[in-house]
Each structure stands twice: as structure tokens, then as C-alpha cells.
Ligand binder design. Structure first.
Ligand SMILES: [Zn+2]
Length: 83
């Protein structure tokens, strides 16, 4: 019942998002998948450095895809060029 809202992948996939407060990419903690108004997916969580709320376009699928494609540095390079 606790995990009813955001479905997470099996592995502990690191999520990197852009923190507007740190003005740099930071690890996203407590990320959950949400639906956007455009019908897509996004991840909501909080910055692992400053703890403020952060947001990343693309759901778990894009996270997993980027990790499989780019190795450990997933999401560090331009991750939304095809979107
Ligand atoms: Zn931050």
C-alpha cells in the first residue's frame, strides 16, 4: 500500500536530475514516477545535496534506458535530445 503511487524498477537505479538550487546535476533521492499533463512520465524527488524538491522529465523507463546505454554516468550527458 505504501508503494502504490510510484512504481520503481527492480534494481536500485541511480537517478540524476537537475537541481535549480544547486544549479547543477545532483542525485535525486526518493524519486517517484508521476504523470505529466502531456501524458508522459516524470520523476519527482528531492536533491541529494541540498534536499530541495527536484523534477526530471522522463519516467523510470528513460532512467533505465540511459543507464543501460551510457553506463554509470547515465543522465550526465544530454539525456533528452531525442525527446
Ligand atoms: Zn540541490
Amino acid at each position: 500500500m505504501a508503494a502504490g503511487n510510484g512504481n520503481q524498477p527492480d534494481a536500485d537505479v541511480p537517478v540524476i536530475g537537475y537541481c535549480v538550487y544547486c544549479r547543477s546535476r545532483q542525485p535525486m533521492h526518493g524519486a517517484i514516477q508521476v504523470c505529466t499533463q502531456r501524458g508522459g512520465h516524470a520523476l519527482k524527488g528531492h536533491c541529494g545535496v541540498c534536499g530541495r524538491a527536484m523534477y526530471r522529465l522522463g519516467g523510470w523507463d528513460s532512467i533505465v534506458a540511459s543507464t543501460q546505454r551510457g553506463g554509470r554516468d547515465a543522465g550526465v550527458s544530454s539525456d533528452t535530445e531525442h525527446a
